[in-house]
Design a binder for this molecule. Structure first.
Ligand code: PGA
Length: 253
């Protein structure tokens, strides 16, 4: 059975104190999660220890890093490696968020290196893919996303592919308030699963959680998550609001 995941992506938001309160408020709501349902908080690097200790006694709550560097170690001032995250017990890391691709020039090839390092250090990558608006407008989104998957993931063995979480985040829907319709999300998620299954077989592909991201909020999470191939969401803005995010977690199927 695929895991159903509500993943919060705080991005570069919240002071330490605000972040601590946000986690406290969400955890103290004691949302009854079913087996196979997870909540993940992708917090800024300096908050990883605090986040880890907040979720330490919980079974279905985890923290994630929002990024790691594509080299193993060395003279890369200011960067954080997968090995460092592993040594702190961090179980998940977002890889290839569109903001990293756009503002920091991360290419599919660099992302393949990051994926390798995460897997080497037993961190589950949450691999982001998704097309910009002009690609959607010309109807080429399927080919575009297929290339992203192919160039960053298709060197992996079936066993390693199965360790990934994928997040489909159409760039035109991120932080814009414009969500993909549930039909658009389902169509792309089914496409992603088909592409993965072409590479590693249906059995493996059916076990991979594929999250939707892009203006997920309390009001649309239920409809999006009810789609057959949508296994939860990667949530930016709405994950910073306690009530919104609690409703989103409760919308997992
Ligand atoms: P958003 O961000 O929910 O604010 O659109 C999603 C994301 O970038 O992961």
């Amino acid at each position: 059975m695929r895991k159903q995941i509500a993943a919060a992506n705080w991005k570069m938001n919240c002071t330490y104190q605000q972040g601590e309160k946000l986690l406290d408020d969400i955890l103290s709501a004691r949302i009854p999660l079913k087996p196979g349902q997870l909540t993940i908080f992708a917090v800024p690097f300096p908050y990883l220890i605090m986040g880890s200790s907040e979720v330490a006694d919980e079974t279905n709550y985890f923290v994630a890093a929002q990024n790691c560097y594509h080299k193993k170690s060395g003279a890369y001032t200011g960067e954080v490696s997968a090995e460092m995250l592993h040594s702190m017990g961090i179980p998940y890391c977002i890889i290839g968020h569109s903001e990293r691709r756009e503002y920091f020039g991360e290419t599919n090839k660099i992302l393949a290196e990051k994926i390798n390092l995460c897997l080497e250090f037993e961190i589950t990558p949450i691999f982001c893919c998704g097309e910009p608006l002009p690609v959607r407008e010309t109807g080429n989104q399927n080919t575009y996303v297929q290339e992203q998957l192919k160039e960053s993931l298709f060197h992996l063995s079936d066993g390693d592919i199965q360790r990934l979480v994928i997040a489909y985040e159409p760039i035109w829907a991120i932080g814009t308030g414009k969500t993909a319709s549930s039909d658009q999300a389902q169509e792309m998620h089914a496409h992603i699963r088909k592409v993965l299954s072409g590479h590693c077989g249906a059995l493996v592909a059916n076990n991979i959680s594929i999250l939707y991201g892009g203006s997920v909020k309390a009001a649309n999470a239920g409809e999006l998550f009810s789609c057959a191939d949508v296994d939860g969401g990667l949530v930016g803005g709405a994950s910073l609001n306690v009530e919104e995010f609690i409703t989103i977690i409760k919308s997992l199927k």
